[in-house]
Design a protein around this ligand. Structure first.
Ligand code: HEM
Ligand SMILES: *[C@@H]1O[C@H](CO)[C@@H](O)[C@H](O)[C@H]1NC(C)=O
Length: 470
C-alpha cells in the first residue's frame, strides 16, 4: 500500500518536474536563448545527494571545471543556476539586482521574523537598511571600542583555565555580546540574560527539521521566538517611557517612528529586525574568529609577526595606562591583512541564494523566472585566476587591492553586509588580546570541517588556552 502510494507520488512529481522543464526549454527556444549547461540529475531530488554526500567544495569545483562560469543544477527541489565568475556575481547582485530577489526557506523566515530586512526588496528594504547602516557606520562603531575591548578581554581571560574549551562556542559568546551592545547599548543584565537563554534555544532549532510536533528542536525554537518578541516588546516599552534618544540600532528604529511623513515601523517589525541582526552577526563573526585561532596555530611565523605588531600597541597602552583605542584599531596593517586573508581562505559565506523574478538573459543563456540563482563566492575566492596559489595562506597578497568583484566575503550590492566594519573591528580586538596574552594548543583531530551551516573547524576547534607571563 505504502509502496504504491509512494510510486504514484514519485510519478506525479516527476511528471510535474518534466512539464516545468519542457516549459523552460520552450521559453528558451522562443527567445533564441538556451538554458545554461549542466545536468539536473534525478527528478525532484536532483543533485541534492551529490551535493550533500561530498564536500561542497568538490561538488562546485567539479561542476565549474566541466561547464565553466555558469551552469545549471537542481538541489533541494529547485532548479538553479550557479554563477562562478566576478562578472556574473556583479550582474546578479549589483547591476541587475532588481531582477533577483532574496529567497530563504519559509521555516527559517518564520524563526527569524518575516519582516527582517534581508528577506525584502525595494522600498521597505531600503528604508530598514538605511537605519541599520546608520547604527553600524564607522561613526557609530568607533564609540564601541572600549566596550568591545572589555567583552573580548574578559571572555579570553575566562578560557585560561587549562581546561579544553570549544573555541567556536566561546567565540559565539563574544559575538553575541557585541551584537547586544550594537543593538541596545548598555542593556539591563536581567533582560540580557532572558534574551541570551531564549535566543540560544532559537539558535539550536534553526538547522533542525521544521515541524510543529511538540518537543522537537524546531517547535521549541518557535516558542522561544515568541518569548523573544515579548522581551523585546518590554524593552521597547521601557525605552518609550523614558523617551531616550539613543544612537544604537534600537534607538534608530524607534526614532524613525517619530518621523511623521513616513509609515511607522511596528514593534513586530522592530523585533524581527533585531533578531535578524543578531542572527546575521553571531555565527558569521564567531566562525571567522575560530578559523583565525586555527590559522595562527598552524603558522608560527605568521603568529610571530602579528604578535610583534600587537605587542607594540600593548606596550604603549600599558605605559599610558589606557585601553585599546579606535585609531590604533585602524592602524594594524599586518593583522588587518591576515584578517582579509582569513576571510578569503575560510569564505564562510560560500554562496548566497537569489530567485529570478522574471526570465533573465545572461550572455545568451536564459535564467527562467522562478529559478534560484547562486553566486559562488567561495569558488571565486579560491580561483587561481584571481588568487594565485589559492590554497596557500598568504596575507601579503592583500598588499594590492583585489580586482573588483573578486573578493566578496561580505557580499556585494544592495544586500551587502552592513556589519562588515563592525565584524572586522571585533576580530581585530579579539586578536589583540589573543596574541599578546595567550598561548594555546589544539586538542584532537585538527583538519576536519563541519557545516553549522557555515564552515567551522571540526567540533568547534577544541583547544586549551594559557595566559603568558609578561
Ligand atoms: C565576519 C562576519 C560576517 C560576514 C562574513 C558576513 C557576511 C555577510 C554577507 C555575505 C551578506 C550578504 C548576503 C547576501 O547577499 O545574500 C551579509 C548580509 C548581512 N549582514 Fe553580515 N556578515 C558578517 C557579520 C555581520 C555583523 C557583525 C552584522 C551586524 C551587526 C551583520 C549584519 C548583516 C545584515 C543585517 C545583512 C543583510 C543586509 C541586507 O540584506 O540588506 N553581518 N553578511
Ligand atoms: C525566556 O524569556 C522569558 C521571559 O519572556 C523568561 O521568563 C525565561 O526565563 C527566559 N529563558 C528561557 C530559557 O526560557
Amino acid at each position: 500500500m505504502g509502496v504504491i502510494f509512494l510510486s504514484i507520488l514519485i510519478f506525479f512529481l516527476s511528471l510535474l518536474w518534466y512539464i516545468s522543464l519542457k516549459r523552460d526549454k520552450k521559453a528558451a527556444i522562443r527567445d533564441g536563448t538556451k538554458l545554461p549547461p549542466g545536468s539536473l540529475g534525478w527528478p525532484y531530488i536532483g543533485e541534492t545527494l551529490q551535493l550533500y554526500s561530498q564536500h561542497p567544495d568538490f561538488f562546485f569545483a567539479a561542476k565549474q571545471k566541466r561547464y565553466g562560469e555558469i551552469f545549471k543544477t537542481h538541489i533541494l527541489g529547485c532548479p538553479c543556476v550557479m554563477l562562478a565568475s566576478p562578472e556574473a556575481a556583479r550582474f546578479v547582485l549589483v547591476t541587475q539586482a532588481h531582477l533577483f530577489k532574496p529567497t530563504y526557506p519559509k521555516s527559517k523566515e518564520l524563526l527569524i521574523g518575516p519582516s527582517a530586512l534581508f528577506f525584502h526588496q525595494g522600498d521597505y528594504h531600503c528604508r530598514l537598511r538605511k537605519l541599520v547602516q546608520n547604527s553600524l557606520s564607522l561613526d557609530s562603531i568607533r564609540t564601541l571600542v572600549p566596550d568591545i575591548d572589555s567583552v573580548a578581554a574578559s571572555a579570553l581571560d575566562s578560557w585560561a583555565t587549562s581546561e579544553v574549551i570549544n573555541t567556536f562556542h566561546e567565540m559565539k559568546k563574544i559575538s553575541f555580546e557585541v551584537g547586544i551592545l550594537t543593538i541596545f547599548g548598555h542593556l539591563e543584565a536581567a533582560y540580557k540574560d532572558d534574551l541570551k537563554k531564549n535566543y540560544s534555544i532559537l539558535d539550536a532549532g534553526y538547522n533542525s527539521f521544521p515541524t510543529n510536533i511538540p518537543g522537537t528542536p524546531y517547535k521549541k525554537a518557535l516558542s522561544a521566538r515568541k518569548r523573544l518578541s515579548k522581551i523585546l516588546g518590554d524593552i521597547i516599552h521601557e525605552r518609550g517611557e523614558r523617551r531616550l534618544r539613543e544612537k544604537d540600532l534600537l534607538g534608530s528604529l524607534l526614532n524613525s517612528i517619530d518621523d511623521e511623513c513616513e509609515v511607522k515601523i511596528s514593534d513586530s517589525q522592530i523585533a524581527d529586525n533585531i533578531i535578524g541582526v543578531l542572527f546575521a552577526a553571531q555565527d558569521t563573526t564567531a566562525s571567522v574568529m575560530t578559523w583565525i585561532v586555527k590559522y595562527l596555530h598552524d603558522q608560527p611565523k605568521l603568529l610571530q609577526s602579528l604578535k610583534a605588531e600587537q605587542e607594540e600597541i600593548l606596550k604603549l597602552n600599558s605605559e599610558n595606562n589606557q585601553g585599546l583605542n579606535w585609531v590604533q584599531t585602524r592602524n594594524m596593517p599586518i593583522t588587518y591583512k591576515m584578517v582579509l586573508e582569513s576571510l578569503r581562505m575560510a569564505s564562510i559565506i560560500s554562496y548566497t541564494f537569489r530567485e529570478a523574478v522574471a526570465d533573465v538573459e545572461y550572455k545568451g543563456y536564459l535564467i527562467p523566472k522562478g529559478w534560484k540563482v547562486m553566486p559562488l563566492f567561495r569558488n571565486i575566492h579560491h580561483s587561481p585566476e584571481y588568487f594565485p596559489d589559492p590554497h596557500n595562506f598568504d596575507p601579503s597578497r592583500f598588499e594590492v587591492a583585489p580586482k573588483p568583484y573578486t573578493f566578496m566575503p561580505f557580499g556585494s550590492g544592495v544586500h551587502a553586509c552592513p556589519g562588515n566594519e563592525l565584524a572586522k573591528l571585533e576580530i581585530l580586538i579579539m586578536i589583540h588580546h589573543l596574541v599578546t596574552k595567550f598561548r594555546w594548543e589544539l586538542v584532537g583531530s585538527q583538519n576536519g570541517v563541519q557545516h553549522s551551516p557555515f564552515p567551522v573547524p571540526f567540533q568547534g576547534l577544541p583547544a586549551r588556552f594559557w595566559k603568558i607571563a609578561h
